[in-house]
Design a protein around this ligand. Structure first.
Ligand code: ZN
Ligand code: ZN
Length: 201
């Protein structure tokens, strides 16, 4: 629905953080892009996430060869270190969503991190000199596998990106009220927000 609402006409690649339903259930809807682009869509996931995706969508991955053109077509690529999308080098790293490892991504001076409540200490070194940090801020109350708003503000304050956008946010947040209370440089993302990092402008 978001893709339709935003008039997105082309998908170069899909990057998965983890296999939870709110992050993967739209995969089958890649099919119209297969028709338009006449090609499978390169899809990147950790080996663990890729295994789960294959289990959730057997009809995609086990489709008989002679019928594959009628099914969603996804080239599911297991991430094994940095990879390239349209000339942009993506550097994946692991963060934790409760006990679950989740893949976060840095490319140039942008980082994307959700769902998470624990960034391992050594990975903060990968988050220096960011122009843009996209980070989850789930809800007001503490949660066992997501950063609360206060925790996200504290982590963003430590990372000190020039701009931070909070995503994966609760319906309980009143957008304007929360935005007015956030420190400078931090704001809530919203449906339809377009962010074009300097490196891909
Ligand atoms: Zn999740
Ligand atoms: Zn989620």
């Amino acid at each position: 629905m978001q893709v339709l609402a935003q008039g997105i006409k082309h998908v170069d690649a899909l990057l998965f953080t983890h296999h939870h339903a709110d992050h993967i259930m739209g995969l089958a809807d890649i099919r119209p892009f297969n028709f338009k682009q006449n090609a499978p869509v390169n899809t990147f996931a950790s080996p663990r996430t890729a295994d789960y995706i294959r289990k959730v969508f057997p009809f995609i991955f086990d489709a008989p060869d002679e019928l594959k053109q009628f099914y969603p077509r996804v080239d599911l690529i297991s991430i094994n270190g940095s990879f390239d999308v349209c000339g942009l080098t993506i550097h994946p790293f692991t963060v934790y969503h409760g006990i679950m490892p989740v893949t976060a991504f840095r490319f140039e001076n942008t980082a994307y991190i959700t769902d998470v409540n624990n960034i391992p200490e050594e990975n903060f070194q990968k988050l220096t000199n960011l122009d843009l940090l996209i980070l989850e801020a789930f809800r007001f109350e503490k949660h066992i596998s997501h950063y609360s708003l206060d925790e996200a503000v504290s982590v963003a304050g430590r990372i000190k990106a020039r701009q931070t956008l909070f995503t994966h946010i609760s319906h309980a947040f009143d957008h304007n009220t929360i935005n007015s209370q956030l420190p400078p440089g931090i704001s809530l993302a919203y449906d339809g927000l377009t962010v074009i990092p300097a490196e891909i402008r």
